[in-house]
Structures are given as C-alpha cells and as structure tokens.
Design a binder for this molecule. Structure first.
Ligand code: TTP
Ligand code: MG
Length: 415
C-alpha cells in the first residue's frame, strides 16, 4: 500500500482468539489444544466467550452454550476465564500501539484502530509498519494479532478479519470499491441479521447488485439510515461508523491509566501531558479553536465531560493547561479514582493567527514553553514535585514506558 500526505491510512488490529490465547500463553500445556473459555461443562448455563482456533475446527464458537460446545468437543479444555488477566494483557498490547501512532482508538478489549495517516516519514510504509507491529506484539506479549490496512477504519476492520489468525490483509489505496465487490453480503460490517434477511428478501444477493441500485431505491426499501449506509458502503466510501466526530472538527487526546489516579499532582501532570499532546497536534495540523473540552472517566466507568468556549483562540500549552485544569476541578469529585482523562479542542478552524510564525517553531520555543509551564506549576503549587525528570518518570510509571516523553513530541509529531 502506498500513501502520501493527502491519503488517510488506518490499521485495525484484532488479537486472535484473545482469552483462549492468553490461557495458552500462561499454561503452555494448553498450546495447540482446543481451549474453550466461558465455563465448565457442568455449568449448565454457561456460554462460550471464545475458543482457540483448534476448538473452532469442531464448530465451537463465541456465544454458543457450553453444553453444546461440550457435545461438539468433549476433549476440549473448558475454563471459566480470568478477566483481570485478560485486561492486563489487553493494556500491555494497547500500550505498544502508542509507539506507532499518537492516534489510537480502542474499540473493545482486544481491538483498536491506529491512524497512520502522515506517519510514513517517521515509520515507513504502512504495510511494513503493520508487519513490525505484529512482530513487536508477539515478541513483547507472546500474543498474535490480525491486522487490516485500508484508507478507512471501516474497511480496515473488515480486512483484519479476512486472514485470521495471525493475518495481514491490505486493501490498496484506490482499490476500495473493487475490494467490496469481492465480498459476500455477510461481510458487510454493521448490519444485523434482520437487515441482512431483508436485503436478500428484496432480491439483493451480491454487493454488486446493491451497487447497481440507486440511493433512492435503497432508502425507500431499507429506510434513510440503512439505505444510505448501504449505498456508500458498497462503494467503499469511508463510513464514519467508528469515527465519532468528523476529524476536521475536533482534536483530542485521552489516556487510560494502568492504575486509577486520585492525587492532585498526578492529575495535574496527566492534564499537562494531554494538553501538550493536544496543542502540538493543533499546531502541526495548522488549526485553531476557542473551545476546550475535558473528559473524566471514573473507576466505575461513569464519564463526565465539560466544555467551554472562550472569546479568543487558545494559543499555548500554558493557556490550554490552565483552562483545562479549571474545567477539570469544576467537575471533579475529589477522592474518586480516575481511570481515564481526556483533553480536546472542539469546533476547530483551519489556519492560525500567528503572524510571527512563533507557534510553528517546534524546536526550542516549545521546549521552553513546557519548561515554563512546569515552572509555573511548581510556583503555584510548591508541594507538587514536578520537574521535567519527574514528568518522564511519570510517563514511564503510568504508561508502562509506552508513551514518549514531552520533549520528544515536536520531533515525533511534526517531522
Ligand atoms: P473477538 O475479537 O470477537 O474474538 P477473539 O479474539 O476470541 O477471536 P478472533 O478475533 O480471533 O476471531 O473477541 C475478543 C474477546 O472478547 C474474546 O477473546 C472473548 C470476548 N468475547 C466474549 O466474551 N463474548 C463474545 O460473544 C465475543 C464475540 C467475545
Ligand atoms: Mg479478537
């Protein structure tokens, strides 16, 4: 796959037979055996969470009742599962992704999208990056993944499922529609069984036949939402199924912490890191905004977001940090453990009001800005033991070393 500055490029990474693979990793005696996670045969109501590829050969699959799995594969190794361990391995894998892209979107315990758009100069061709990631994950965690590479998240998601396990499938840029035509209708991601039935009942048996129908016809048959979705999807057009807000309207950074955080100085350091990331992205993408958003996810997953629009554009890390911190403390319920923090800009505009070009100086000036922020932090809160070294220690401690230290942001993101 080739890419240049104008092309988007996404990876979808999905661990293979995740829970079962972790069991095979931790208990080598289960290797190459049919492992079925979800319950013991005597747990009459149990359901299969997942099973190893060895068990899949017997017809066992996720969501199947355990008793049925036992009928199909009585020699299987049936396990109730160890969720804590799976979460631990999931974090290990997810943290590795930050070495390859600053933009990670985790969509489940074992799946994530990596936005590789524009990273070619740093990391090389996306296909090679995908291979490197596969090797890296295997070497560092002992687990295998399947990766899809495409110009949209939607297509990358479909692609990752096509060569499982331990697979890599690349949809070359410009070949999206051709690729869609090779798929059976069942592979259209995002439609349920009922809709699929309606599609075949309406006489569509191939993706090409849907392609040949007009948008009006599809909308009249399946409703506005599904009709438009089908019309675009069969054309290989980027659906925003996974996109949330359009990329051009917001830029945000968030981080899930391996341990819940409560201490004020850790929170401030975390916010500072997020603000630094966010500001560098705004500057490197030549955007500006007056609207700041802060997201807090507590240990029990309850999530609060706070947003404020200011009179003028936010021009520095310091300014962003001070305002983000104010917003944060307006809503934070002191003492509650935080598992995730996010900082972002909304309603972003193109261009930047920077006649001297100072904001694009990613070298010394930005480093100085970070140092100044740290200094001010210390002056205002003498008890906070923040130093540049402390920041780096903090990253290593809280991000398992996966995140790069602040002073390398300009080099990594803006080369
Ligand atoms: P999946 O990625 O859907 O499945 P998988 O990783 O086991 O297998 P593969 O990707 O190779 O097809 O789900 C990830 C984990 O989520 C899975 O290991 C167990 C859990 N899970 C359930 O608990 N119940 C379910 O119904 C599914 C589909 C998954
Ligand atoms: Mg998986």
């Amino acid at each position: 796959m080739t890419s240049n500055q104008n092309r988007t490029c996404y990876l979808h990474i999905d661990l293979d037979a995740f829970f079962a693979s972790v069991e095979q990793l931790d208990f080598p005696e289960y290797k190459n055996k049919p492992v079925i996670v979800g319950g013991k045969p005597e747990d009459r109501r149990g359901v299969v969470s997942t099973c190893s590829y060895e068990a899949r050969k017997f017809g066992v699959h996720s969501a199947m009742p355990i008793f049925k799995a036992y009928q199909l594969c009585p020699q299987g190794i049936f396990l109730r599962g160890r969720m804590k361990r799976y979460q631990e391995k999931s974090k290990e894998v997810m943290n590795l992704f930050y070495n390859y892209s600053p933009e990670i979107m985790q969509i489940s315990i074992d799946e994530a999208f990596l936005d590789l758009t524009g990273t070619e100069r740093l990391f090389g061709n996306p296909t090679d990056t995908a291979k490197k990631i596969k090797d890296d994950i295997y070497e560092k965690t002992g687990l295998t993944v399947s990766i899809g590479v495409a110009s949209s998240k939607y297509l990358a998601k479909i692609a990752s499922g096509l060569r499982k396990p331990n697979g890599l499938f690349v949809i070359p840029y410009g070949k999206e529609q051709e690729f869609m035509f090779t798929l059976p209708i069942e592979k259209i991601w995002g439609i349920g069984n009922k809709t699929r039935e309606r599609i075949t009942e309406a006489g569509f048996y191939t993706i090409k036949s849907i392609y040949d129908a007009s948008e009006e016809l599809l909308v009249s048959l399946f409703g506005k939402c599904t009709g438009k979705f089908l019309y675009n999807t069969v054309r290989g057009i980027n659906n925003d199924t996974f996109s949330g807000k359009p990329k051009s309207q917001s830029i945000s950074e968030e981080q899930t912490y391996p341990r819940d955080i409560t201490e004020e100085y850790i929170i401030d350091t975390a916010l500072l890191e997020l603000c630094s990331n966010c500001m560098f992205r705004m500057l490197s993408e030549k955007k500006n905004s007056k609207t700041i958003c802060v997201k807090i996810r507590y240990e029990d997953f309850t999530t609060v977001t706070i947003q404020e629009t200011f009179q003028h554009t936010i021009k520095s890390i310091e300014e962003l940090f001070e305002n983000a911190k104010n917003l944060f403390y307006q809503k934070y319920e002191r003492g509650r453990g935080i598992r995730l923090l996010g900082v972002g800009f909304h309603n972003i505009q193109n261009g930047i009001d920077d006649p001297q070009g100072e904001l694009f100086d990613f070298g010394e000036k930005k480093k100085q800005a970070i140092e100044k922020t740290i200094l001010e932090l210390k002056q205002k809160n003498p008890k906070i033991p923040i130093t540049k070294a402390r920041l780096i220690d903090w990253f290593l401690f809280y991000s398992n070393g996966a995140k790069y230290p602040v002073e390398s942001f300009p080099e990594r993101l803006c080369k």
